[in-house]
Design a binder for this molecule. Structure first.
Ligand SMILES: [Zn+2]
Length: 200
């Protein structure tokens, strides 16, 4: 089940990522038609970026400074154009929903480990929350708890207890409240609720 949820969330991530990239392509196309010089700068920057990578891979350091200078000059020019036309500096970057994982759902840690991004973790938590009864917390909580709906009659034969269901539920409520107050203490044990299927 968890895998199914994760897969469907990742499909949704993929869809959003692709959409963000399509939107960027449209923005780019429009902008380059308006300001062709900007396209030339972007093309040159891409070429120089490839050259820089090639140099690094081939351990060629002789033209590194020259390339660095060219790239810096082009970036200055680009910034000037952005300023002149009052374009937001993020206009040519994709509008991902999550800038940390760029809508992939995963990040690479400092130890080169693939780790789930917080946004995806939150989505899984939201899903579990929405599919639990916890969304009713506003109406179903200790302040709206009504012990009077439980019988005050002791019926050992029926309930196998020598206290009434009301007394029993009051004890359970007290135990739950103690659990909440002492939740962060080491000696506090977990609570386990059991019952027949369909009971809550
Ligand atoms: Zn993320």
């Amino acid at each position: 089940m968890t895998n199914e949820i994760l897969n469907s969330l990742l499909k949704e991530y993929d869809r959003k990522k692709i959409q963000a990239e399509i939107d960027l392509d449209i923005r780019k196309k429009e902008l380059y038609e308006k300001i062709p010089e900007l396209q030339k700068i972007e093309n040159d920057l891409s070429t120089y970026a490839i050259e820089t990578t090639k140099n690094i891979l081939l351990y060629k350091n002789n033209s590194a400074n020259d390339l660095k200078e060219k790239i810096s000059l082009l970036n200055t020019k680009k910034n000037e154009i952005f300023k002149k036309y009052n374009i937001d500096k993020n206009y040519l970057t994709p509008n991902y929903n999550c800038s940390i994982c760029q809508d992939t759902g995963y990040v690479i840690t400092n130890n080169y480990q693939k780790q789930m991004c917080n946004c995806l973790k939150q989505k899984l938590i939201d899903y579990s929350f929405n599919n639990s009864n916890m969304t009713n917390l506003n109406t179903e909580n200790f302040s709206t708890f009504n012990e009077n709906i439980f019988s005050d009659d002791v019926d050992i034969q029926k309930y196998k207890f020598n206290i009434s269901p009301r007394e029993n539920i009051k004890n359970i409520k007290k135990k739950c409240e103690n659990f909440i107050v002492n939740f962060d203490k080491k000696e506090t044990k977990n609570l386990l609720f059991t019952g027949n299927t369909g009971l809550r």
